[in-house]
Design a protein around this ligand. Structure first.
Ligand code: GRF
Length: 191
């Protein structure tokens, strides 16, 4: 059984799509959802799906916070971390320690609603829309200690149609995120 943890700080629509997909998979299990926010929408979503939630707010240093998370990952024998709207950068020390626990490097993945390296960080869809780009999209990438800078696994485009609203374009991008992330989770059945 491949154990996965999803890290999320907010709404949790990607986390929910992943939890739903995991129900169909035989060899992949969501060990727990990790959140750093006591009021994150993802907490109720996980409750409805019967997936354990670990709420670990940052109260002291970054190092202490990451140590708390690492001990949970070790306790649950987590092999992959999927970031889904987790609003903190992970340190190089955290990533190195997790590779030791998980037995391999590059087992931390993020999804981002732009064609990286364009529009890293927050409000990517709105910024790309304000620039009236011809296409935006979604990037699935490995995580390093930078902000949305790790090696790209896959990118798919979502064209911005003439006269299209921000709302309509955002919906398409979020739907594509859910599709790409659940496909990735399915691929872990073989890992
Ligand atoms: C998604 O757009 C994700 O790509 C970005 O943060 C957003 C999280 O949305 N990193 P949700 O919490 O999964 O609904």
């Amino acid at each position: 059984m491949t154990k996965v943890s999803i890290f999320a700080s907010g709404n949790g629509s990607n986390a929910e799509a992943l939890m739903q997909k995991a129900r169909e998979l035989k060899n992949v299990q969501i060990a727990f959802i990790l959140t750093d926010k006591t009021d994150a929408g993802v907490i109720a979503r996980a409750g409805r799906m019967d997936v354990p939630v670990k709420i670990v707010p940052r109260t002291g240093s970054k190092e202490h916070h990451e140590q708390q998370i690492l001990s949970l990952l070790a306790d649950y024998q987590v092999r992959w971390i999927l970031l889904a709207g987790y609003m903190r950068l992970l340190s190089a020390d955290f990533l190195n320690s997790f590779s030791k626990i998980s037995g391999e490097s590059s087992r931390v993945v993020n999804i981002h609603p732009s064609l990286l390296p364009a529009y890293p960080g927050k409000d990517s869809i709105a910024r790309a829309f304000a620039d009236q780009v011809s296409a935006g999209g979604v990037t699935l990438h490995f995580v390093d200690e930078g902000m949305d800078t790790g090696k790209v696994i896959q990118q798919r485009k979502v064209p911005l149609m003439p006269e299209e609203s921000l709302e309509s374009w955002s919906e398409k991008i979020h739907a594509l995120e859910h599709q790409m992330y659940t496909e990735f989770l399915t691929s872990l059945e073989e890992s």
